[in-house]
Design a protein around this ligand. Sequence first.
Ligand SMILES: C[S@@+](CC[C@H](N)C(=O)[O-])C[C@H]1O[C@@H](n2cnc3c(N)ncnc32)[C@H](O)[C@@H]1O
Length: 283
Amino acid sequence: MRTGIPSRTAWSAAEHRAAHQVLEGGRIFSDPLAVRILGQDAETLARDAEQHPERRFMRIFIAARTRFAEEALAAEVERGVRQLVVLGAGLDTYAYRSPFRGCLRVFEVDHPVTQAWKRERLRDAAIPLPESLTFAPVDFERQTLAEGLAAAGFDPAQQTFFTWLGVVPYLTEAAVWSTLTFLAGLPGGAHVVFDYSDPPDTLAPEARAYHDRRAALVESLGEAWVTYFHPDALRVRLVALGFTEVEDLGLPQIAARYFPNRAAGLPEKGGHILRATAHAARL
Ligand SMILES: C[S@@+](CC[C@H](N)C(=O)[O-])C[C@H]1O[C@@H](n2cnc3c(N)ncnc32)[C@H](O)[C@@H]1O
């Protein structure tokens, strides 16, 4: 990320969620605050998105990953999870519209500059901060998540759900594994949902060309994609860390689950959404 500048890709991801509400009626993922947090009117968003049909794939992927994460979270809250950490939150609005606000404590972790900007956006949009929310500013490349969360009052002895959407590709592999190692070692246990991409050299030509255009765009914004994973190798390493119940959806599975009627022509490889659990250590 560029020094001193809020994440530009956080803005784009939020724009995709908002455009999904306007153009697709939030069919995959409904978010009543998505447009409001941007401070733009729905017509401008719709016009802008329609002028860029190439954005559709990313818009649908982002809607699907958010829905997957929130459904998995809801299932774990039903089973007793009371602590959520939104890693690299950007303009994510879950904390402000969660149906579990009365019983779920939420920590939003993000780069300090992006987080300060989000707080301005929330203020400008008159979106109230729930009492259940705590902000934890952390630069994943310079500070440990453990330090940032401890300073915010996080309880490591409680089973915790982590969402980590749209962040992994931007971090070094060392930063990714340091975070996953921390999660796997939490005494209360952890659930995590994150998304990642197949390595570019494994993509079919059309998917590779699409990837290269997107990669050039995010690099020009100062937020290059630097980390990719081979799904099998990732699973092996997650299991070695202590994660079980690894559920990894590639594009065909994501399409089948969330937009079966519009899946034609999707490449086999590209993005993944993954959920994994590390159970509490038995003493
Ligand atoms: C593409 S945005 C995704 C935001 C949000 N999760 C979403 O889905 O809309 C990437 C997020 O990663 C955060 N990020 C990138 N590098 C970071 C770092 N080194 N430390 C902390 N956060 C970082 C950015 O601030 C930004 O919020």
